[in-house]
Design a protein around this ligand. Structure first.
Ligand SMILES: *[C@@H]1O[C@H](CO)[C@@H](O)[C@H](O)[C@H]1NC(C)=O
Ligand SMILES: *[C@@H]1O[C@H](CO)[C@@H](O)[C@H](O)[C@H]1NC(C)=O
Length: 293
C-alpha cells in the first residue's frame, strides 16, 4: 500500500544533536583524555592521587548539585505555572502537578453514579463531593486572599485562623441543587420550600446560575466538541465524549478533608457569634475587602 511505503518502518535517522550527545558521554573519550593526561604527570604518585580524588569529589558534588537543582526546577516550573494561572489558594500546593487527561463521558445514554433517577446511592455519591464542610486557613494564607478584612475567624479553642470553603464545593452544590429540582417527586421537601417561598427560591437559583455562569466564562474552556453522523438523524450530532485536561480532583478533595474544621466540640457543633469579642456586622457580605460596614 502506498501509505505503508511512505510512512511504514523507516529506520530512525540519526540526528546531529543525538550524535553530539552520545560522544559527550562516551566512555572511550574519557579514557583517552585521562590517558593523554598521564603523559604530563611528573609529580609524586600520592599528590597525583590526592588531586584525582579532589577532582572526583568536585565532579561528584557538581553532578549531585545539577541533579538536585534540575529536579527542583522541573517541579517548581510546573507548579509555578499552576500558581501563575490561578488565583492564590493554599490548596494549589496540594494539587499534584501532573494534570490528568480525561475523556468525559458525555453521551446521553452513558450511566453515571450522579445521574437520575435519584436514589439513596445517588445521593451518597453527590454527598461525597458536595458536603465537605468549612475548612481552616492560617492568618498568613488569609492575608494573600484579598478577602474581606472582617472575615470570620476560627475560635482560638479550635486553633485560630480563618474559616473558608473551596469554591468547587459550592459550585458542585449548585449543580446538585439544579439537578435535584428536576425530581420534585423525590426531593419533596425542597420542592415544598420552593412553593412556599418562590421569591427566595428564585433568588437562590439565580445566585447559583449566575455564579456558575461567571465561573464558566472565567475559565472559558476552549476544549473542542466535534460532531458525528447518527443513523436516522439528518443533522450532525455533537459528540460530548471529549478529551479534557483535568486537575486531580482526588488531591483537591483530600486537601479539603485534611483542612476540615472539626466543630463537634463546640456548643452548637457550629460557630456562633463570639461572646468575648466584638465583631463587625454587615447587611450583606461586602464586595469591597476594605469595607467596614
Ligand atoms: C483587591 O481587591 C480590590 C477590590 O476588588 C481590587 O481593587 C484590588 O486590585 C485587589 N488587590 C489585589 C492585590 O489583587
Ligand atoms: C409537601 O407539601 C405537601 C402539600 O402541602 C404535603 O402534603 C407534604 O407533607 C409536604 N412534604 C414534605 C416532605 O414537606
Amino acid at each position: 500500500m502506498k501509505f505503508e511505503k511512505r510512512f511504514g518502518y523507516l529506520p530512525l535517522q540519526k540526528s546531529s544533536a543525538g550524535e553530539a550527545f552520545v560522544s559527550d558521554t562516551d566512555n572511550t573519550n574519557w579514557c583517552e583524555r585521562s590517558g593523554s593526561r598521564d603523559r604530563f604527570a611528573r609529580s609524586s604518585n600520592s599528590l597525583r592521587a590526592a588531586a584525582l580524588w579532589l577532582l572526583q569529589a568536585i565532579l561528584f558534588s557538581l553532578s549531585v548539585t545539577v541533579l538536585v537543582v534540575s529536579r527542583k526546577q522541573h517541579h517548581s516550573s510546573a507548579m509555578d505555572c499552576v500558581f501563575r494561572l490561578s488565583q492564590y489558594s493554599p490548596g494549589l500546593e496540594a494539587l499534584s502537578d501532573d494534570y490528568q487527561t480525561v475523556r468525559f463521558k458525555g453521551s446521553f445514554s452513558f450511566p453515571s453514579p450522579y445521574k437520575g433517577p435519584p436514589t439513596p446511592e445517588v445521593d451518597k455519591k453527590w454527598n461525597e463531593i458536595e458536603n465537605m464542610g468549612a475548612i481552616k486557613i492560617s492568618a498568613e494564607e488569609f492575608s494573600r486572599l484579598n478577602a474581606s478584612r472582617h472575615a470570620v475567624r476560627v475560635p482560638s479553642s479550635l486553633g485560630g485562623g480563618y474559616m473558608a470553603l473551596p469554591e468547587f464545593v459550592h459550585q458542585i452544590h449548585c449543580v446538585k441543587m439544579f439537578w435535584a429540582h428536576t425530581y420534585p417527586d423525590y426531593y419533596v421537601e425542597a420542592y415544598n420550600r420552593s412553593l412556599e417561598n418562590p421569591e427566595e427560591w428564585h433568588q437562590h437559583m439565580d445566585h447559583c446560575a449566575d455564579l456558575l455562569r461567571q465561573k464558566l466564562m472565567c475559565d472559558a474552556d476552549m476544549t473542542l466538541i466535534t460532531y458525528n453522523w447518527i443513523s436516522n438523524h439528518y443533522q450532525p450530532h455533537p459528540n460530548f465524549n471529549v478529551q479534557h485536561k483535568c486537575r486531580n480532583f482526588e488531591s483537591a478533595k483530600e486537601w479539603t478533608f485534611r483542612r476540615r474544621i472539626d466543630a463537634s466540640s463546640l456548643k452548637h457543633h457550629y460557630f456562633t457569634r463570639p461572646e468575648e469579642e466584638t465583631v463587625v456586622d454587615f447587611k450583606e457580605p461586602p464586595f469591597d475587602p476594605q469595607a467596614d460596614a
